[in-house]
Write a protein that binds this ligand. Structure first.
Ligand code: PEP
Ligand code: MG
Length: 952
């Protein structure tokens, strides 16, 4: 909050021009010890981006984000220029409120100032003020934020009359801290007055701390001695702070939809109270701007709003819910929206849908600022590889380099080392016409390159991708903004890359994962054109078989690999559970990860051996090693064919111990393929795909249809479905969540779904209904203890009592160490356990599974993780429950004997691995597996476990 003292205000300043005024303001902040002298440059740079003039003679100069490092402590200096100063945007400024802020505090200050702007005559008053106190009292008036949100709603109460509802609403305000007990007491004898349409109101002023409005509704249509009762509002009135709340009641009544309030969700009721009728077109969008909706992006938003044919309103989903006009800068600023919060736009009438989507697009595009998607926050935080002080030497020839086994298989082929090209260019250029023609020439060149590639690769997947790139090049949505930037003085390179980056970021924030992954294609196209502009040749993969060596490879890169040529994959970073590794396994490409920076120093063309099973890379192997490896490849091929031939047989050890082998699926579409590859069922259906593929929560019918596809394909084999596992780093755009510092330790998995029981209930109903008489196993992800399991089970029991599916088990995923430690308590109530070793390893070793530098150490064969698996299995078997492993460890050939020896009953692995996992089980005896498990448990580190197993 803006806390001004007399020292912060300087009256009677004079300046010849705006730069002089700004220099005085900067000097005032320096004198106050708030900033160092360099901050003055930041103020100027910010004005160069756009004016900070706010209105009513007030400007709010503040530094650019880059200049924040010159701020020593947050503070404000107010300078009064009674004669006014001509500002560079043509307005006249009497008051400079100059801000030094280290983070988002300036948003609060802005918010506060927007209330000043509402008042008439304030400009003249501030220009004439003769004492600092007058200025302080005008600027420092705290805006009152009235409270009306989900916390002040109590819906569906089993009551007999409106009196009871009034008291419930009053009590709710007391719980929310808006009123004291006295307030509730004074309302006890007060008759609710009718607002019409079944709505009633009680008002109190005694004991009010914050103006607020509560609503209580009955569980069913109610009629008492005074008439119909749809709901009773309770208003805590104070000064005129509750005026806005009354306006919102008016808005609700004006739409005449109050009778339909019963049964609506809290969110829908808040939407009605924000003035959105059922006919309104609404859309939500998360704000991505690093510093929230501060003056510049707010101006950009207002600009877009003014271009629309219908008025659009906006509110903050997480705020008090008051909707404001998007054409009012002060109102938009007054929202105080921060990064990660959700803006809800609404409009009505012809053109409403276009208007709303134009605003959503503008927000996604960053409103003139570069923005980063929320999910990228983690990836961007840590530095990538340590900066190179001196060139790193390539691995020595014919010596095995140890890395993380990421996808099984052995390959020999020349290396193709992928290094991102470096583009150097000037940001700005003088001659816009020349830059335009340079861009057009580069676009033409790129088109020719791509067409040639399409011709060459016709018929395969690469050709398809290249044709998509060609289409992207033709898209005016890329060329037009680039030309616009060039018109504003950007170089062709800078203008083009800005357009690409904006489009890619917007794409990345889409709910549909496949569409979101198109962002990588946009960047590829962007780089191709940039290469032509900068005269930098792009790396082109060889047309013969090769092993791709790269710093890291994103999932979309793996998906776009030309599988006809790529024999293996070596990454400097990453680990076995990174999603690219999971994909490499699905594609059947041998891969090692986390091989270290040295591999990037390899020369393309040098021969490499990649052993994805043992996690080894050998550069320039000797003829003897090469021959040995070729023999191993041959043996493996023979083994693969033998495994394939017996894929439909059970997996039993030589002494007859049966281990079930099932498939992990990320989509029901692959269930038939899993059966064809010998899977005895689905051991993990990651149901997120159903939720991610839709712009809203899929309804019951949609989910039933999806799950039925898998049950049909499985033809009586069991299906283990995990309930929705999103949240944290995997948000659903239509499921608003506060931003979290540690998303992996935050609201995810069962914790998140329990906050919206209706979503979980629908999913359970869909699974049970789709199953009917077929075997279904349902498990909850990220459970930490019995309490969470019981909460989920209560919903399950309720739904199952109605649906009565015939063959059902309810289990727990063991992914959190506490759950493994407490397995004896869980085993009494859960029907089965499935160990998610990917997350269990992450939480046991305290290593983020996607961490660019650490995930290489995140080896699930760590004795710490194995101990937890042992405890889980022992606890389960003591109660007669079965245990599966559905994490990636289940398909690690070195781990399979250990898991079998520990007593794991089922291994669920990617479909492609099913035959080989079965074959690996058949090679064992149970007694040998137990011996190996004991040996592994005795080791101190993961590396020691691997070594001991190799030598055993
Ligand atoms: C796991 O954590 O091991 C698991 C199977 O779940 P996911 O990889 O989908 O988080
Ligand atoms: Mg998991």
């Amino acid at each position: 909050m803006l806390m001004l003292t007399r020292e912060d205000v300087q009256l009677g300043c004079h300046a010849a021009d705006w730069k002089g005024a700004l220099a005085q303001a900067a000097a005032a902040l320096v004198d106050a010890g708030r900033v160092s002298a360099e901050y003055g440059e930041g103020l100027l740079a910010r004005e160069a981006q756009s004016s900070t003039y706010l209105g009513k003679g007030i400007a709010i100069p503040h530094g650019t984000p880059e200049s924040r490092r010159y701020v020593r402590s947050t503070g404000v200096r107010v300078l009064q220029f009674p004669e006014g100063v001509a500002w560079h945007d043509g307005s006249r400024v009497n008051l400079l409120v100059t801000i030094a802020a280290q983070s988002d505090e300036h948003l609060d200050i802005l918010r506060q100032l927007t209330h000043v702007l509402d008042r008439d005559g304030v400009a003249e008053f501030l220009a004439r003020a003769t004492s600092p106190d007058e200025v302080i009292s005008t600027l420092s008036r705290q805006p009152v934020t009235a409270k009306l949100d989900a916390q002040t709603l109590c819906l569906g109460l089993p009551v007999k009359d409106r009196w009871e509802l009034a008291l419930a609403a009053a009590a709710r305000l007391r719980h929310a801290g808006c009123v004291d007990a006295g307030f509730v007491a004074t309302l006890a004898g007060q008759p609710p007055v009718s607002l019409g349409q079944g709505l009633w109101l009680v008002v109190g002023t005694a004991g009010v701390r914050t103006p607020a409005l509560a609503l209580a509704t009955p569980d069913k249509p109610l009629r008492d001695d005074a008439g119909d009762v749809t709901g009773v509002f309770c208003l805590a009135a104070q000064g005129d702070g509750h005026r806005a709340l009354l306006e919102r009641l008016d808005a609700l009544l004006a739409h005449g939809e109050s009778a339909r309030l019963l049964g609506l969700s809290a969110e829908a009721i808040l939407s009605r109270l924000a003035g959105e009728s059922t006919q309104a077109q609404t859309a939500r969008v998360r704000l991505l701007n690093a510093h929230g909706l501060h003056a510049r992006p707010a101006q950009a938003l207002v600009q877009v709003a003014r271009e629309q044919t219908v008025p659009v309103r906006v509110r903050l989903l997480e705020g008090s819910g008051e909707a404001v006009s998007t054409t009012s800068l002060s109102k938009v600023l007054g929202l105080g929206a921060r990064r990660g919060q959700t803006l809800v736009f609404s409009a009505e009438g012809e053109g409403a849908a276009q208007a709303v989507s134009a605003l959503v697009e503008a927000v996604l595009g960053g409103l003139g600022e570069p923005v980063t998607p929320l999910s990228e926050a983690l990836e961007q935080a840590p530095a990538p590889l340590a900066p190179r002080k001196e060139p790193v030497a390539a691995p020595p020839v014919d010596e095995p380099l140890t890395a993380v086994p990421a996808a099984p298989g052995i390959a020999i082929a020349p290396a193709y080392v992928l290094r991102s090209p470096e583009f150097r260019y000037a940001e700005r250029a003088q001659d816009a016409a020349r830059e335009r023609s340079r861009l057009d020439k580069a676009l033409h060149g790129a088109r020719q390159q791509l067409s040639a590639m399409v011709q060459r690769t016709v018929g395969n997947e690469v050709a398809q991708i290249m044709s998509i790139h060609l289409e992207m090049l033709e898209d005016p949505a890329l060329r037009d903004p680039a030309l616009e930037s060039i018109g504003e003085g950007a170089s062709a390179e800078a203008g083009w890359w800005r357009a690409i980056d904006t489009a890619a970021r917007a794409q990345e924030s889409l709910a549909d994962r496949l569409l979101a992954e198109r962002a990588a294609d946009l960047r590829d196209v962007g780089r191709r054109v940039l290469g032509l502009l900068c005269g930098v040749e792009l790396p082109t993969p060889p047309e013969h078989p090769y092993i791709l060596v790269a710093e890291d490879v994103g999932p979309s890169d793996v998906a776009r690999l030309d599988t006809a040529q790529v024999r293996g994959l070596v990454t400097a970073r990453g680990g076995a559970t990174s999603h690219s590794a999971i994909l490499a396994r699905a594609l059947g490409i041998a891969a090692v990860a986390g091989a270290g920076e040295a591999v990037l120093a390899l020369v393309s063309g040098v021969e490499l051996i990649v052993d994805g099973e043992l996690g080894r890379v050998v550069a320039a192997p000797s003829p003897t090693r090469r021959e040995r490896t070729e023999r191993r490849i041959q043996e493996q091929e023979t083994r693969r064919q033998a495994a394939h031939a017996r894929r439909h047989e059970e997996a039993r050890t030589q002494d007859g111990h049966r281990v079930e082998v099932a498939a992990n699926l990320g989509s029901t579409a692959h269930a038939a393929d899993a059966v064809e590859r010998g899977a005895e069922g689905v051991g993990l259906l990651r149901t997120e795909f159903v939720f991610m593929a839709h712009p809203q929560e899929p309804d019951l019918a949609t989910q039933i249809a999806e799950y039925s596809k898998a049950f049909d394909a499985l033809a009586g084999r069991p299906l283990v479905a995990r309930t929705l596992d999103v949240g944290g780093d995997k948000p659903l755009p239509y499921w608003p969540m506060p931003q979290e510092d540690n998303p992996f330790l935050g609201l995810r998995g069962i914790r998140l779904t329990l906050t919206r029981p209706e979503v979980l209930e629908t999913q359970l109903r869909a699974l049970l209904t789709a199953a009917g008489t077929r075997p279904v196993r349902i498990m909850f992800p990220m459970v930490k203890d019995l309490e969470e399991f019981r909460a989920g089970k209560a919903l399950f029991d309720k739904v199952q009592a109605q649906v009565r599916a015939a063959d059902v088990q309810l289990g727990v995923m063991i992914e959190v160490p506490s759950c493994a430690l407490l397995a004896p308590t869980l085993a009494k109530e859960a029907d089965f356990f499935s160990i998610g070793t990917n997350d269990l390893t992450q939480y046991t070793l305290a290593i983020d599974r996607g961490h660019p530098r650490l995930s290489a150490q995140s080896d699930a064969l760590h004795p710490g993780v194995l101990q937890l698996i042992r405890m889980t299995v022992e606890a389960a078997h003591a109660e007669g429950r079965w245990v599966g492993v559905c994490g990636e460890l289940g398909s690690d050939p070195q781990a399979i004997p250990v898991l079998v020896g520990l007593g794991v009953d089922e291994l669920s692995v990617s479909s492609r691995r099913v035959p080989l996992v079965k074959a690996r089980v058949r090679e064992l005896t149970l007694s040998r597996a137990r011996e190996l498990a004991r040996l592994a448990l005795q080791q101190p580190t993961a590396a020691a476990v691997r070594e001991a197993l190799e030598n055993a």
